[in-house]
Design a protein around this ligand. Structure first.
Ligand SMILES: [Zn+2]
Length: 124
C-alpha cells in the first residue's frame, strides 16, 4: 500500500504537472492538478515511490577487462581507477535510489560482477 505522502514524488506523464492523490470509491487514485490526467495507484510501480537510499558494493576480478569496464560504467571512473577499486575486494561503487540501483545492478551482474545491495533490494 502506498503512503499518501510519497505520491508528490511523481509528475504527470502527459504535462509534467504535479500529481495529487484522491479517493475514488474504495480505491486511491492519482490525478494531475494541471491537465486532469489520472492513474490508479495500482498501476504505479512501487520502485518509483521507493525513497530508500541503497548502497551497492561489488566484488569482481581486477584482471578481467569486462569487470573493470562494468565498474567504470557504474562509477564514471576511468579504467585504472576502476581496476584499483576491484583490487580492494568488496568495494562501494554506487549509492542511490531504487531505479538507478536497478540499472547499476544490471550492468554489474551482466558483466559477471558479484554485487551486494544494502538494505535488502526488493525490485529484482
Ligand atoms: Zn498533467
Amino acid at each position: 500500500m502506498l503512503g499518501w505522502g510519497k505520491i508528490y514524488l511523481m509528475t504527470c506523464e502527459q504535462c509534467g504537472g504535479e500529481l495529487a492523490s484522491f479517493r475514488e470509491g474504495s480505491a486511491l487514485a492519482v490525478k494531475c492538478t494541471r491537465c486532469g490526467w489520472s492513474v490508479a495507484t495500482t498501476d504505479i510501480p512501487g520502485i518509483k515511490v521507493d525513497e530508500a537510499k541503497y548502497v551497492v558494493r561489488c566484488r569482481g576480478d581486477y584482471q578481467d577487462k569486462i569487470h573493470i569496464k562494468a565498474v567504470s560504467e557504474v562509477t564514471g571512473c576511468n579504467f585504472l581507477t576502476s581496476r584499483n577499486t576491484l583490487q580492494k575486494g568488496l568495494a562501494l561503487v554506487f549509492v542511490g535510489q531504487a531505479e538507478e540501483v536497478l540499472r547499476v545492478r544490471d550492468v554489474l551482474v551482466s558483466a559477471g560482477v558479484v554485487c551486494e545491495i544494502t538494505p535488502d533490494f526488493n525490485w529484482v
